[in-house]
Every structure is written in structure tokens, then in C-alpha cells.
Design a binder for this molecule. Sequence first.
Ligand code: ARG
Length: 400
Amino acid sequence: MSKKLVLAYSGGLDTSVAIEWLKIHKGYEVIACAMDVGQAAEGEMERIRQRALDCGASDAVIFDARAEFADQFVAACIRANGKYMGKYPLVSALSRPLIVKHLVEVAKAHGADAIAHGCTGKGNDQVRFDVAAMALAPHLTVEAPIREWGLTRDAALDFAAEHGIPVVAKKENPYSIDENLWGRAAECGALEDPWVAPPSDIYAMTTHPVDAPDTPEEVELTFAGGIPVALDGQVMDLFSIIATLNTRAGAHGIGRLDMVEDRLVGIKSREVYEFPAAAVIMAAHEELENLTVETELAVGMKDASAVWAKLVYNGLWYGPYKQALDAFFMQANTSIEGDVRLSMYKGTVAPTGRRSEKSLYQRGLATYDASDEFDHSMALGFVKLWGLPTKVWAETNGDQ
Ligand code: ARG
């Protein structure tokens, strides 16, 4: 009886030829598993399922994982304000642990011995797949045919022709693209020269800010427990809020990012991202955080945010440190509720109003008018004590 393997199947050239390669070179019976995390067009998942069977898979399963992706993975990122290197909202890094979770479930259901992914040996995604698998199913073997095979595009096409694999001969996309509900990542091609400006054909979710509408558009987001629950006063699930905002904010050219980033495997790479909804939601979340979170906790959240993002980027989603930080952020987000109004205009999103039942803003303390309730006499002693170390230092070292 042949060994069974569950392959994370995208429908693209690499994972299509990987099916046959795993059968021939590793002796597996291959079950393909494809997931919609918000990247698939209408009807595309069914076509992908059929393609997997046409390419030699013994079985093919597809999942609509969009709501789960939004509610379990993106939601955690929103609560943590997760941005790698302070900028990249972890688009690809969030989907990998979800994909592995489903691969492992399918592997268990089919009594499979292994799972497989189509990552190369140069990126972060291989780490995320392999380490998530180590956490969720240490008994399973993880195969990485593309990494092991060192596959080039031409070799893949030759292999397909040789073995009669019906790959769709699409016009070559010069970029390597990964996309989901939370955004889109592009690398390779012209981008490999970090001095070259991103070609306009690289963008798919956003309009160039120059071509965006000449009038600003307002949007109002309502949060509960740190998560958006309504858009312009209309209660919606998180997936729908993100999908709607991708369209609206994308039309204003919001959420483009061109950066050089540090991969875990030691390589600096140039990446171009688009994440219209993420840019709006995270700006709004940070705004409510400023309004409702006590000052020391706010500092702690910023520190923990950078750690959380790095752990997730580096593939440790299911590790204990990241899970403990999730618990911290869950608690820290309990006050993050209320409304934020933002203005979207030519590539920028700016909060213009915020309100909350949990607001720590007290007008009586902040005002400069006659209704001032702040006790000015308290400031005198406070400032003297606060400045005391500086005064002592200056008295001792002042003439140096
Ligand atoms: N560099 C990003 C990350 O590590 C995006 C990787 C996306 N993969 C791709 N094939 N473009 O999260």
C-alpha cells in the first residue's frame, strides 16, 4: 500500500508538477488540498479542485477558510497591531498557520503519513509551514518538493510536457505574488533592483493615488474588544468589513508599501505590498487605543506588538510565547471599543474623530477654558521631583 500525502495545492505551475514528482520520486499517493483565504475569484476553487485531479491527485479537497482566516488569524493581528519591521501587516505570515491546520486535519482524516508545500528554500514561508507542522502534528513528515528539487520555471514546464501534465500555459507573470483577504505581496522580476520604482502593473488592489478621486471619502468603524464590528453604523462580520474596505480604500490608493525587509533566512529582500483594509483598520485601532488604554499599558502594548509581529513573521504562530502574547492582547483590548471616523484621500487615511464609552479623555482635565478642573498646584511639586535628578546632575557636572 502506497504512502499517502496531503499537498497544499494552489493550482499554479509549481504545485501542479509537484503532484507527479511526489508520486514518481517519493512514492506517495497525493491528496491535494486548496483553501480560499480570500484570494480566489468566483468559481475558481472548483476549477482548482478539478485541475488537481487532472494533474494526477488521487483526491482533491477545497475549503472556504475565509471567515476562519478573518476571525482567528487577522483578528489576532488587529488586536496586536501586528506589523513586521513596524510596517508590514504580516499578510502571508498569517495565512500559513491556517493552511497547515487544515492540511493536518485532512491528513488525519485520510490516515496520511505526510503533508507537503510548494515553498522554495529561500523564503520565510517554508519556515512557517514546517514549524507549524512541527507544532500541530510532529509525527507527520513534511515534504517540500520545490525546495528539494530546486525547480526552475523552464524545468517545471519541461517536466509537465514530459509527463503529460495539463498545466495551463499562462503568460508568465514576472512577479511572485501571494494574496489573501488581508493584502497582497509581490516580489521578483523588476523589483529585484531596489532602486527601480515599482512598475504600475504590479498593483491589483489599489488605484495610483494620482488617479484616485479628488474628493475625500469618510468612513466610520465601530470596534468591540479591539475588533471592527460595524462599518458606517452597519453591523457586519469581520470578513465583510475587510472585503468592503479593500474596495473602498483601494479606490483611494491607500495601503501601498515598498520596502526592503529582513527575512528569517538571512536575506534582505525587496517587497511591494498592498493592504487597503488593513491600513484603515489598523489606523483606527491605534486611534482607539490612544483614547482608551491607560498610559503604561499602552507602552507595554507597543513593545509587545513588535515582539508579536516578529514571532509571527518568523513562523512561531503556534509557539508558547506568541500564544501567551495573544492572551495579553486579548486582555489589553477589552477597553478598545467605540467609533473612529477616518478620511480617505489620495493614498492617505487619517482619523478625524474618535469616541468611546471607555474613553479616558476627560475634557475637564484637558481644557484650557474656564471649566478647567485640573489642580495646577499639584504640578509645582511634581515638576520639582521629576526634575530633581537632572538638577543634581547639573549641579555636579554643570561646568564641564
Ligand atoms: N515576504 C513576505 C513574507 O515573508 C511575503 C512572501 C510572500 N510570498 C510570495 N511568494 N510572494 O511574509
